[in-house]
Design a binder for this molecule. Structure first.
Ligand SMILES: C[S@@+](CC[C@H](N)C(=O)[O-])C[C@H]1O[C@@H](n2cnc3c(N)ncnc32)[C@H](O)[C@@H]1O
Ligand code: SF4
Ligand code: SF4
Length: 389
């Protein structure tokens, strides 16, 4: 189970395309945190990952995290809690970094590329503040990776952006800028699905040379997904059965993207709703309807098992909250899944030819799972290397 805790929707930054921040917002209290713990004690008996998200989660401050991490770890130890945080790092300091290190919390941050380009999209001064937070986090041994949000502006600079992350050895994950359900904020920046697909193909080509120098999380996940025939991140699984988000006041939603939208509220932690009660709400029934729609609409797509129609939020954002279409990035997903599938089949073909030869020559063969002996066609790595990372 994945529980996203959104301690506040407030944020000191003002990224041009952001749909998930407010200038002023309530900050979660310790009492609310205690209610979360009480609710989850008997909710579902399965391992849980807590992600602190926002808005800007570090606005909640040191005392909040000291209390929250202690409570979650001691009172929910039977759920084997793991943690993550997604933050712009502006408010990272020595004390917080030490605390996060104590719990080995992986940190996701956000940076769109080199200073000038980043600050054009995310506001003047953003780059310097985030890099200072990054320096402190790394000094304390925290593992940090970045989301780079590609807009219809920054896509024109994809080579420069990738070079920046590569040169600075910063691990990254790509976000295509999306329109919002809440307002028109993201619309003018939204990345065209075809451009997103081409970006992923470009990155795959680069990554096959550089997989030992940089981590490109989307591609790690996608190669593994095609190989294992199942999705590994929320976009490509039926997230509705296993993901919940809790807003600053204790209201429960299906995902952080829906926080503060009354029509997507499915309960409140103080009422300790059961799983069945949450699933019986209007919002969860809408997501269930999405799942059934995908079963039908994507039935003939060879990628359905590890795509599952993409993200329901993305789909609902372009259809006025009605289940009428799959994730509009379907075109991009097909482009990258087709390519990985093709390369993987080629490699498996080579592997089996090689296996046949080996069987003929020697019955004491072993299948080399790393596929090191296969032709690399000028590339240092294969999609199998990435899938098996
Ligand atoms: C909403 S922020 C919250 C956490 C934190 N403040 C941060 O920036 O990392 C999480 C991520 O969502 C991304 N995001 C914001 N608006 C978006 C949009 N319209 N489309 C796609 N991603 C977006 C941001 O770039 C950021 O990487
Ligand atoms: S993307 Fe993150 S840092 Fe930027 S305004 Fe939104 S919440 Fe704040
Ligand atoms: S690639 Fe498109 S058609 Fe195929 S499963 Fe994903 S959303 Fe459905």
């Amino acid at each position: 189970m994945h529980v996203m805790i959104v301690p506040t929707m407030g944020c000191p930054a003002n990224c041009s395309y952001c749909w998930n921040s407010e200038t002023v917002s309530h900050v979660m209290t310790n009492e609310c945190m205690d209610e979360i713990v009480e609710w989850l004690k008997d909710f579902k008996q399965e391992p849980v990952t807590f992600t602190f998200h926002g808005g800007e989660p570090l606005l909640a401050g040191y005392d909040f995290y000291e209390h929250a991490l202690d409570k979650l770890s001691t009172h929910l130890s039977h759920l084997y809690p793991a943690y993550a945080i997604q933050t712009n790092l502006w408010l990272m300091d020595e004390k917080l970094a030490k605390l996060f290190k104590k719990y080995e919390i992986p940190v996701g941050s956000s940076l769109d590329g080199p200073k000038e380009l980043n600050d054009k999209q995310r506001g003047i001064g953003y780059y310097d503040k985030t890099l200072e937070g990054y320096r402190i986090a790394r000094k304390h041994g925290l593992n940090v990776s970045f989301i780079s949000t590609f807009t219809n502006y920054s896509i024109k600079h994809k080579e420069e952006i990738f070079e920046f992350f590569k040169e600075n050895s910063l691990n990254l994950k790509i976000h295509p800028a999306l329109p919002s359900i809440k307002d028109d904020n993201g619309d003018e920046f939204a990345l065209d699905p075809k451009d997103y697909g081409e970006l992923m193909l470009y990155l795959l080509d680069e990554y096959l040379d550089l997989a030992d120098q940089i981590e490109l999380k989307n591609l790690d996940h996608l190669c593994k997904a095609v190989f294992m025939k199942k999705g590994f991140v929320c976009t490509y699984v039926d997230c509705m059965d296993s993901t919940f988000a809790i807003g600053p006041e204790g209201k429960i939603y299906p995902c952080y993207r829906f926080v503060d939208m009354p029509e997507y509220e499915i309960g409140h932690v103080k009422d300790k709703p059961t799983y069945e009660q949450l699933m019986n709400t209007k919002a969860e029934k809408l997501l269930q309807e999405y799942k059934e729609f995908v079963d039908e609409d994507c039935r003939d797509c060879k990628h359905i098992d590890y795509c599952r129609g993409g993200c329901p939020y993305n789909a609902l954002a372009v259809s006025d909250n009605k289940v009428k279409n799959v994730d509009p990035h379907c075109e991009a997903y097909k482009m990258i899944f087709d390519k990985i599938d093709e390369l993987m089949n080629q490699k498996l073909g080579f592997a089996f030819e090689e296996l046949d030869d080996t069987v003929e020559k020697d019955f004491n063969f072993t299948l080399n799972v790393g596929f090191e002996n296969m032709p690399k066609e000028g590339k240092k790595f294969t999609v199998m290397d990435i899938a098996l990372k």
